[in-house]
Every structure is written in C-alpha cells, then in structure tokens.
Ligand binder design. Structure first.
Ligand SMILES: CC(C)(COP(=O)(O)OP(=O)(O)OC[C@H]1O[C@@H](n2cnc3c(N)ncnc32)[C@H](O)[C@@H]1OP(=O)(O)O)[C@@H](O)C(=O)NCCC(=O)NCCS
Length: 328
C-alpha cells in the first residue's frame, strides 16, 4: 500500500485554498479594517501557522486563478469538534465565492480530517453567513445554540459520514425508501422510474449480504439529527492483482435536498472509506446522457471507457455505459 499524506492545497477550476504565509497579514488587516501595522493581524496569522504546524490543517487562504487573496476559511480544533469560520473581502459575488470555498473545505474535511463534528456558529441575524453554510450542506442543530457574554449564537453542523459493515433494519428501510424515490425522480442507479419496491429491495439486500464478506462497505451521509441524506457502496475488487482497486456503486442523495453539497460530501466519504480499506484506485460507471460525467470530473475522475448502447433504460432508449477512474 502506498503512503498517503493529507493534501495541504485544495484546488478547483477557478479558486484555490492554501495554508497561510507570513505576508497574509495584509489580507487579515484588510478584513479587520485595521492598518497593517496593527498588532492583531500579525498575531492571528501566527496563530494560524501554529495551528497548522500542530494539527496539519487549519485556516486556508482563498485565492483566485490570478493568485489574488480573497478571504479565508478557518478550521480550528476543539476537544470534541472542529470550528469553521469564513470571511471574504467585500465585493460583488462575495457570497458566491464564500459558498464555493466553504463547499470545498467541508468536503476536504470529511475526506481527510479527524472524524469530529464540524460546526459553525452564527449570529441569529447573520442571514448571509447562514445561507453560505446551508449551501455547503450544514444544518441548524438547535441543541447546540448558546449565549456567550450576552451574545446569542446559533450553531450549524455538517452532515457526518457513517462507514458501515452492517445495516440495521431501520437504516435499511430509509435506504430502500430513498432508492425508490431516486429511481422515480429519474436517477440513474440501476433502475428505471417506477421500479417496484421489491425489485429494489432484492438488489439492496444483495449489497447488505455482501457487507458481511468484508470486501464491500456501506457509506451513509447523515444529517446532524441522524436523518439519511445519501448513501453508496465501496466494492473492493476480488483477486490478488486488483485488490488495490474498488468500484463505487449506487451513489445517490435525497432528491428533496439536491444542490446542497451532499453529493460532494458523499463522494468525499466514499473516498475516505476506500482509502481506509487500503484502496488506491477507484472506478465508477454512469449512464450516458445524464450529465454525471461533469459531476465526477469535478472530483478528479477521468473517463476511461465507454460501451456504446450498453445501458437499456427502456426499449428504444439505449445509453452509453461510461466508466470513470481516479487514483486516491
Ligand atoms: C449525482 C448526485 C449524487 C449528486 O448529488 P447532489 O446532492 O445534487 O450533489 P451536490 O449538491 O454536491 O452537487 C450538485 C452539483 O452537481 C451537479 N450535478 C448533480 N447531478 C448532476 C447531473 N446528473 N448532471 C450534471 N450535473 C449534476 C449540479 O449541477 C450541481 O452543480 P452546481 O453546484 O454547480 O449547481 C445526485 O444528483 C443523485 O443522487 N442523482 C441520482 C442518482 C444518480 O444518478 N447517481 C449517480 C450514479 S453513477
């Protein structure tokens, strides 16, 4: 098994995130609206760098394609959770930038960082930050709301990933219901719309039976309140020559909550699970004509094969079966 180190950079098409440098003091001073000569900005950057040295993660500086500094997403360790903060420079599109940056950081955290709850606290009237956090998949956890020195805080928490080698009856029920709904809403997970619950149950139970053999694991994405938000399976290949590879299967999220980063979080959880199994290369396949190639390309996948007409969705509706792969 190759040795894997947690990446320090997070990159996407149009922005990247990197650990702080001493000269980021300028950015902090600007965000705080104080002169660069003030003590506090330099102190903050020093604290950020110490956190990175100690924990191997911390505050990321957001930069655009031209290298301009646009703000930061901070992660700070606490005894039983990781606190998220976010600030971006004033300007048009600031909320959109904050959303994209936060989406990337929380998915990175789910895939790579210690398995602790990720929380952000927000003043009740800070609607902009709340929307950014929700768009990244975070949800209000009212039990965690609190007051500090007379200031009220609401706490939002990121969904968590459960990597399981067994599926309790209640979880099976939720998975079955979601799978049927996903089919009916046109999702491409092995069935056509209207597939019967019994047919879906048979395939689901096949997976559940295979979990006991030890080569397949179930990865579920759950809300802070424990509701099922999505799931998928990591199926490790059989045979000595391919034991370092696995196929990701039946990846699906709750159709009622699409577009809130759950797909990205689920893929991150699947990668984490595969890596924990010692897998170094993952493949998956999708039904052509669904646009899913673009979705997976974002997460580092490349098309490696295509079977023209390999998927019959309905008589007269044949699609390509497309295979994608990436190393972990
Ligand atoms: C694919 C799937 C897991 C993504 O989940 P999600 O909860 O929508 O994921 P996210 O919110 O993280 O990502 C949404 C982004 O992916 C894009 N995306 C999602 N599904 C897409 C699709 N079928 N085609 C093209 N883009 C898609 C969205 O446009 C969105 O992009 P944006 O952020 O720029 O607006 C979900 O759509 C799903 O369950 N689909 C049905 C089942 C399925 O087809 N699974 C794939 C089996 S290989």
């Amino acid at each position: 098994m190759g040795s894997v180190t947690t990446p320090r950079l997070i990159t996407a098409d149009d922005l990247s995130l990197r650990p702080p440098l001493d000269d980021d003091t300028q950015l902090v001073a600007e965000l705080m609206g104080v002169p660069i000569t003030a003590e506090r900005p330099a102190q903050i950057v020093r604290m950020w760098r110490e956190h990175w040295d100690e924990h191997g993660y911390g505050t990321w500086i957001i930069t655009d394609a031209a290298g301009r500094r646009l703000g930061f997403v901070g992660l700070r360790t606490h005894p039983d959770f990781i606190r998220v903060t976010i600030r971006v420079t004033e300007g048009e599109g600031g909320d959109d930038l904050a959303t994209r940056a936060l989406r990337l950081v929380v998915a990175h955290a789910l895939e790579w960082l210690p398995d602790l709850p990720l929380r952000i606290r927000i003043a009740p009237d800070d609607v902009a930050t709340r929307l950014v956090a929700q768009a990244a998949g975070m949800a209000h956890a009212p039990d965690l709301d609190h007051t500090v020195d007379g200031d009220e805080w609401q706490v939002l928490e990121l969904p968590y990933v459960r990597i399981a080698d067994r599926v309790p009856a209640r979880a099976r029920e939720a998975m079955l219901a979601m799978w049927v709904e996903v089919n009916d809403s046109g999702g491409a997970v092995g069935f056509a719309p209207g597939a019967g619950q019994d047919d879906v149950a048979e395939v689901l139970d096949g997976y559940i039976a295979r979990l006991a053999e030890g080569r397949t694991v179930c990865v579920a994405l759950n809300s802070p309140l424990g509701e099922l938000l999505g799931f998928g399976f990591v199926a490790r290949s059989t045979g000595a020559t391919v034991a370092h590879t696995a196929n990701l299967e039946r990846i699906m999220t709750d159709p009622a909550r699409r577009g809130t980063n759950h797909g990205a979080l689920l893929v991150a959880g699947l990668h984490r699970a595969a890596r924990e199994m010692g897998v170094e290369l993952v493949t998956l396949d999708y039904r052509g004509g669904t646009g899913l190639g673009e979705f997976y390309t974002r997460y580092g996948y490349t098309e490696v094969g295509r079977i023209p007409g390999g998927v019959r969705v309905a008589p007269g509706d044949d699609r390509d079966g497309v295979i994608m792969a990436r190393s972990l």
